[in-house]
Write a protein that binds this ligand. Structure first.
Ligand code: SF4
Ligand code: SF4
Length: 75
């Protein structure tokens, strides 16, 4: 199945003052959602595959990633 790239609203965003572009969040995401952009910061390339598991925010050595408001309810 081909993944769909979505570049609209993203609820995982790096703090660019803290991020060191190490790529750990990209490597540990169990859903292969994240990529490092051309600017060196992670973004949600395959946003709709995200499970909101928080692994990416937990693994970040700089506490630079945060799960922001999700645009719909999870039950
Ligand atoms: S919350 Fe989980 S699934 Fe979503 S981007 Fe982070 S590690 Fe990947
Ligand atoms: S794990 Fe943290 S410091 Fe490393 S690229 Fe991701 S957001 Fe940046």
């Amino acid at each position: 199945m081909t993944k769909t790239e979505v570049r609209e609203y993203q609820w995982i965003k790096p703090d660019k003052e803290k991020c060191i572009s190490c790529g750990q969040c990209v490597n540990f995401c169990p859903r292969d959602v994240l990529r490092l952009g051309e600017d060196g910061f992670p973004y949600m390339k395959y946003r709709d595959d995200c499970w909101y598991c928080d692994v990416c925010t937990y693994i970040c050595p700089k506490d630079a990633l945060h799960l922001e408001e999700i645009p719909y309810l999870i039950k």
